[in-house]
Design a protein around this ligand. Structure first.
Ligand code: NDP
Length: 317
């Protein structure tokens, strides 16, 4: 595994991190998830990403991960970077969603209980909340760090403008923003417009989520929609309708480019993101050990010829 400094901070993150959004909830086989997490750590993936609402049901991914920490990683806490988030709906009533101080602080307390932890390494506000003053949300993040319940804070799904504003408030409070977690893949390049520049300017790291477009940038859907795939399952966030014919055509062509490079489409999609030095880590998901192994091997072939990049750009535009 290779490690990159997260922006201009002292914290290094693995080039590939593992997310527990899907495949680690109460509806998923626990032992499969446990094997994936163990293999990931053995391969040098030190960073595991969670959120209060991951499951389903919401909270169950943290409960399962907490179980793994207790049985398999008891003495390894100092070798792991664990993140969680709050910002989406978590519990009924006005205090279980959004960006209020009330929600963020109580949600992190619940996350820590579920995982059996004293602190997380990174706590994120999961999405911008236009109904809460940004100062309140950022003061809650600052407070959480001062309480010792998180070592660093991050933002997720904030636009470039919202990030600029939030970063300035955090800096004034004395708790710098460590990292931003946006969606970024070959099929969604919105961060290239301005967010990556903003992060670079302020020395903030970037961890790209859904780098495989939830599985679309792999061989998963090349021959239809398997029943056990994210789009095939009723609990998945990806829907059958998302696998549109025009996207599939593009994926097939990208798959040819990957094959010519001697790697899988998933591997090419991962290293394509890592070629930009502003990207600290690529946050993959996996439903099997085989997928994880395949993704890890991406790092064996990182170099792109200009002609390959041109071809990919042509297919993406
Ligand atoms: P990916 O884009 O990496 O999709 C993962 C899925 O792709 C897997 O579940 C699997 O699908 C398929 N897959 C993975 N590797 C392979 C392979 N080698 N070959 C074939 N198929 C493969 O990421 P996710 O969408 O899962 O997101 C990753 C993480 O990002 C999340 O766990 C979470 O931590 C974070 N995230 C953050 C968000 C935010 O708002 N901040 C939002 C979304 C994600 P299948 O299950 O069909 O086998």
């Amino acid at each position: 595994m290779s490690f990159n400094h997260c922006g201009r901070s002292g914290l290094k993150l693995p080039a590939i991190s593992l997310g527990l959004w899907h495949n680690f909830g109460g509806v998923d086989p626990y032992e499969t998830g446990r094997r994936i997490v163990r293999r990931a750590f053995d391969a040098g993936i030190t960073h595991f990403d969670l959120a209060n609402n991951y499951g389903p049901p919401g909270g169950s991914a943290e409960i399962n991960f907490g179980r793994m920490l207790a049985t398999d990683f008891k003495s390894l806490r100092d070798e792991m970077i664990i993140s969680t988030k709050a910002g989406y709906y978590m519990w009924p009533g006005p205090y279980g969603d959004g960006g209020s101080r009330k929600y963020l602080i109580s949600s992190l307390d619940k996350s820590l209980q579920r995982m059996g932890l004293d602190y997380v390494d990174i706590f994120y506000h999961h999405r911008f909340d236009q109904d809460t003053p940004l100062e309140e949300t950022m003061m809650a993040l600052d407070h959480i760090v001062r309480q010792g319940k998180a070592l660093y804070v991050g933002l997720s799904n904030y636009s470039a403008e919202q990030t600029e504003e939030a970063v300035a408030i955090l800096r004034k409070l004395g708790t710098p923003c460590l990292i931003h977690q946006p969606r970024y893949s070959m099929l969604d390049r919105h961060v290239e417009e301005s967010l990556l520049d903003v992060l670079d300017k302020h020395g903030i790291g970037c961890i790209a989520y859904s780098p495989l477009a939830q599985g679309m940038l792999t061989d998963r859907y090349l021959k239809g929609i398997p029943e056990d795939s994210r789009a095939g399952k009723s609990t998945g966030f990806l829907k059958k309708e998302d696998i549109k014919p025009d996207i599939l055509q593009r994926i097939l062509k990208l798959n040819d480019v990957a094959r010519e490079r001697g790697q899988s489409l998933a591997q090419m999609a991962i290293v394509w993101l890592l070629k930009d030095p502003r990207v600290t880590s690529v946050l993959v998901g996996a439903s099997s050990i085989q997928q994880l192994e395949n993704n890890l091997q991406a790092l064996d072939h990182k170099h792109f010829e200009q002609a390959e990049l041109d071809k990919i750009n042509q297919l993406l535009n």
